[in-house]
Design a protein around this ligand. Structure first.
Ligand SMILES: Nc1ncnc2c1ncn2[C@@H]1O[C@H](COP(=O)(O)OP(=O)(O)OP(=O)(O)O)[C@@H](O)[C@H]1O
Ligand SMILES: [Mg+2]
Length: 302
């Protein structure tokens, strides 16, 4: 007897501290409910750290029951060999739905066609995280039916598809950023120092990643005053003021402070890659806008 596997549930769980994003969620719900013949294509766009990936994870988990045939996930960010990664992801998708290894084609086009065939008429959700080329979406897209593809991208991937719904994420409003910071660092610490808390939140500029880093900086020193952290960040901001290409020096100061606090071993770990990248500036690995030609997503020339 062969045991049929459960439908894949590859999308990572969202943070338990998920906050707000009501407008974006409502837009995504409306777009996914509109009549269509092909899969719905939703693009969450916005600056790094604004919460695109978290929102995609949260949305899929919230709407899990609407996509009973499978939830697929692939992280495309920082991938030097996009074709290889897409091909491997398709193989994983097919294995997860019990396609025999010997039946999986060797070529990228063959695997893409095989996934489209399997998914046609089914209801699946596919999260393509960190997309930077339309071809990645074309290859990983399910076949016609009431499926959904959620793309996250720093810049809206133009020319993707005229049917894509692009949802630009906004920074968190102050009350929501405060709630998130309170979850991470204890609300009573913020209430005890309202002025310092206000300044710290202003430095975060509503960027969830900055709020998370600020929360982590406070949490790892439970007896430290919020005002002491604000003072440290002011110093970092002054130090960084010579770098004119850094757009938001408060946020950059936050990452520099967090990265500087890590031990040597931790600095080389994969988990801090994101903090290090943001402290250092734009990523050299992802492609920039076509008109620039450099390999940076956040090239200062854009
Ligand atoms: N709405 C939210 N509530 C709570 N935490 C959030 C929220 N949005 C994002 N975060 C947290 O902020 C951090 C950055 O979020 P995320 O990775 O989703 O950003 P991103 O826009 O995908 O960044 P990148 O462009 O670098 O991929 C994560 O630690 C995430 O858990
Ligand atoms: Mg992301």
């Amino acid at each position: 007897m062969t045991l049929r596997r459960e439908p894949p549930r590859q999308v990572p769980s969202p943070t338990p501290h998920f906050t707000n994003q009501r407008d974006a969620l409502a837009l995504a719900d409306a777009a996914a409910g509109a009549p269509t013949t092909g899969p719905h294509l939703l693009v969450f766009a916005g600056q790094p750290g604004i919460g695109k990936s978290e929102l995609a994870r949260f949305w899929v988990h919230r709407r899990a029951a609407d996509y009973p045939d499978g939830h697929f996930h692939v992280d495309l960010s920082d991938a030097p060999d996009t074709a290889g990664l897409v091909s491997t992801a398709l193989r994983e998708f097919l294995l997860a739905v019990d396609v025999a290894p010997s039946a999986i084609p060797d070529t990228l086009d063959g695997r893409a066609a095989c996934f489209r065939t399997w998914s046609t008429g089914r209801r699946v959700a596919v999260v393509l995280d960190g997309v930077y080329a339309p071809s990645q979406v074309r290859m990983l897209r399910p076949g016609p039916g009431r499926s959904v593809v959620l793309v996250t991208a720093v810049a809206a991937v133009a020319e993707l598809d005229s049917h894509a719904t692009v949802i630009d994420l906004e920074p968190l409003e102050e009350p929501f950023a405060r709630t998130l910071l309170g979850h991470l660092a204890r609300p009573d610490r913020l209430a005890a120092e309202p002025e310092a808390a206000r300044e710290l939140l202003a430095m975060c500029a509503g960027l969830p990643i900055a709020v998370c880093v600020a929360g982590a900086l406070l949490k790892c020193r439970p007896h430290r005053l919020v005002s002491a952290l604000v003072g440290e960040l002011r110093d970092e901001r002054a130090r960084l003021s010579g770098f004119s290409q850094i757009r938001n020096k408060d946020v950059r100061a936050m990452f520099a402070a967090a990265y500087g606090r890590l031990g040597r071993e931790a600095r080389s770990g994969a988990t801090v890659r994101s903090v290090r990248t943001r402290a250092a500036g734009p990523s050299p690995r992802r492609p920039c806008a076509p008109r620039c030609g450099c390999r940076r997503v956040r090239c200062p020339l854009r």
